[in-house]
Design a protein around this ligand. Structure first.
Ligand SMILES: Nc1ncnc2c1ncn2[C@@H]1O[C@H](COP(=O)(O)OP(=O)(O)OP(=O)(O)O)[C@@H](O)[C@H]1O
Ligand SMILES: CCCC(=O)O
Length: 357
């Protein structure tokens, strides 16, 4: 069963072809930043990216009709249960016109649906808005604001299943705290297969290579009303230009860790990020009432074992720590589609998407 996988990022589109769960080829199709900047809205990039994907398929010697399904990264959808969903015209309409957050991942299902043109099924699996939070976690302290479950759910759920396998158990039988350390950072508590609390990786938790995470709210209000910044400038300060890049001028953690070897300020910033991640992990361990089978560190930054050690020295007493560097999004998307094609799981439909766990 051939599956075409589509995963758009801000400046590239990752594509892969799987035969069952075996990856045949994966490529990162780089888009010219100047070309992308011509578009005011991410959705206007649809045709450019679609053409690049179709060219890739042809260059690899395939035709769209050869595929059993297209597996796409899920975009910013309303809160929904974990699992694989069939892409429908309504979902495409939501991603194009109604989603509250402009994010490159919104393009995946839109492009997949257009490429398929009704000829083969199109699926998304575990989008950013997977929501299995317990009710206590939703309260922020003011009724006008609810905490939201936005996290690197696709990689986190895939890694959870791999670690469970390593432990000879099922994900549904374990309690875990899983931290994805990428450009943004998601720290998540899992109770028997449900992600019951997460720091919203855009707004809360530790600072990351390019985001501030949680901030002292009184100072944020002062900044917002200082008259010195526009709304967009402030937003960029928090997401995109906040965190490590604000202190050190780079969002590349490899560079920051190198700088920290010679420079006291850089060392403090790197150590502070590890400290804040550990603090968030500790909080998630208490959400699980201290019954934690595994703490898992994943994402690009987890490639640096010295950085992982910095976190580990704070949290190692809570549970065994597993390091699973990198991300497995393409594999997770292919496997999600495959489970449905093999009849192991039924694809959920749009109408069910508004139901949370
Ligand atoms: N070997 C490494 N050592 C330390 N940091 C690394 C290493 N490889 C990648 N990174 C860092 O990981 C971060 C990006 O991680 P990753 O590739 O998981 O994120 P992304 O896909 O860009 O963003 P996100 O995971 O938030 O969607 C960057 O800061 C990058 O410098
Ligand atoms: C909000 C979590 C996902 C992302 O950062 O892209």
């Amino acid at each position: 069963m051939l599956i075409l996988v589509i995963n758009p990022g801000s400046t590239s589109t990752k594509v892969a072809i799987f035969d069952g769960d075996k990856k045949i080829v994966q490529k990162s199709l780089r888009h010219d930043i100047k070309e992308l900047e011509k578009f005011d809205d991410i959705m206007e990039q649809e045709e450019l990216r679609k053409k690049a994907i179709i060219d890739f398929v042809k260059e690899e010697g395939y035709d769209i009709a050869d595929f059993s399904a297209i597996a796409c990264r899920g975009g910013i959808l309303p809160p929904l249960q974990s699992g694989t969903y069939e892409v429908t015209a309504e979902m495409v309409d939501y991603l194009k016109f109604k989603t509250p957050v402009k994010h490159a991942s919104n393009l995946a299902a839109v492009i997949g649906y257009s490429i398929s043109n009704g000829s083969i099924p199109v699926f998304i699996t575990d989008p950013v808005s997977v929501d299995e939070m317990v009710e206590e976690a939703r309260l922020s302290g003011i009724p006008e604001i609810s905490r939201r479950s936005l996290a690197h759910a696709l990689n986190i759920k895939a890694v959870a299943r791999e670690v469970a396998k390593e432990l000879g158990k099922k994900y549904e039988d374990l309690n875990m705290v899983i931290a994805h350390l990428g450009g943004g950072i998601s720290v998540t508590a899992h109770e028997k297969g449900k992600m019951i609390d997460v720091n919203n990786a855009n707004d809360e938790g530790p600072f990351s290579p390019e985001r501030t995470g949680e901030l002292p709210v009184g100072d944020v209000i002062r900044l917002c009303f200082s008259g010195k910044f526009t709304r967009n400038e402030i937003k960029k300060m928090f997401v995109g230009k906040g965190g490590v890049v604000a202190y050190l001028g780079t969002n590349n953690m490899q560079e920051a860790i190198e700088m920290a070897k010679k420079d006291e300020k850089a060392k403090l910033v790197v150590d502070a990020m590890a400290y804040q991640i550990a603090k968030e992990i500790g909080g998630m361990c208490s959400v699980l009432k201290g019954k934690v089978d595994a703490i898992v560190i994943t994402g690009g930054i987890a490639h640096n074992t010295k950085f992982v050690e910095k976190i580990k020295c704070y949290v190692y007493k809570f549970a065994p720590v597993f390091n699973v560097p990198g991300e497995f999004e393409m594999e997770a998307l292919a496997k999600g589609a495959l489970r449905v094609l093999k009849g192991e799981e039924t694809a959920k439909k749009w109408g069910e998407m508004y139901e949370t766990a």
